[in-house]
Design a protein around this ligand. Structure first.
Ligand code: CA
Length: 226
């Protein structure tokens, strides 16, 4: 069941959306602040976000810009004024659609369905003979059918290794994949991320050792040891 995050400070509007979306079988979460929405999306990613432009803390535009630094989740803006619409339509914000207030909640639910249908077929490369499944939208990797509880850095690290089986990545290259500037202190942090990822893989399969250490060189993903 797709989960929709509604970010809207007017309770009456949020209520009608919650009602319409739940009526269509969607799960919903309602938040009234942009900052809270960003935090929420980092921890428990929704499948789509309905985002009011006029929020009490940071604007919906600002919220969306911040969101785009770590997520490609589809966003539908709720706009109240013509000036807002112009900016949304300008597409500089990274929205997928917008709805002008006052709106019909059923119309919004229909847009949600349409967008989710559009983004749904997201074929993931068959990594390691299907042992790993990477869902970049949810920032989630499944190993042998079980979700790994990875941090964002661990996700990027493992994803990078999985994309090129048997390739040996240096610590510096892996830092690049994390989007972290390389220096001596950070290179050692790769080792601790790897250690943590390995521990999480072993929670699924005790003898799993798909990440190989290459002394003096770095790490690789080896499907044969999965
Ligand atoms: Ca508002």
């Amino acid at each position: 069941m797709p989960h929709i995050l509604i970010v809207e400070d007017e309770a009456a509007i949020a209520d009608t959306l919650v009602f319409a979306l739940q009526g269509e079988g969607f799960g919903t979460t309602w938040l009234s602040l942009g900052a809270a929405a960003l935090e929420h999306q980092k921890n428990t990613p929704a499948d789509l976000i309905i985002l009011d432009v006029g929020l009490p803390d940071i604007s919906g535009f600002e919220t969306c810009k911040n969101l785009r630094r770590f997520s490609d989740v589809p966003v539908i803006f709720l706009t109240a004024r013509d000036a807002e619409i112009d900016r949304v339509v300008g597409l500089e914000i990274g929205a997928d659609d917008y709805v002008v207030k006052p709106f019909s909640p059923r119309e919004v639910a229909a847009r949600v369905r349409a967008i989710l249908k559009r983004v749904a077929p997201r074929p993931s490369p068959d990594l390691g003979a299907g042992l790993f499944h990477v869902d970049t939208e949810r920032v989630q990797i499944n190993y042998r059918g079980k979700p790994l509880n990875l941090t964002r850095h661990e996700f990027r690290l493992l994803n990078c290794l999985l994309e090129q089986p048997e390739r040996v990545f240096s610590r510096e290259q892996l830092l690049d994949a994390l989007g972290v500037a390389s220096d001596a202190g950070y290179e050692r942090s790769i080792d601790s991320h790897i250690k943590s990822v390995r521990a999480k893989l072993r929670l699924v399969r005790a003898e799993a050792e798909p990440i190989q250490t290459h002394r003096g060189l770095g790490y690789s993903y080896s499907p044969g040891h999965s």
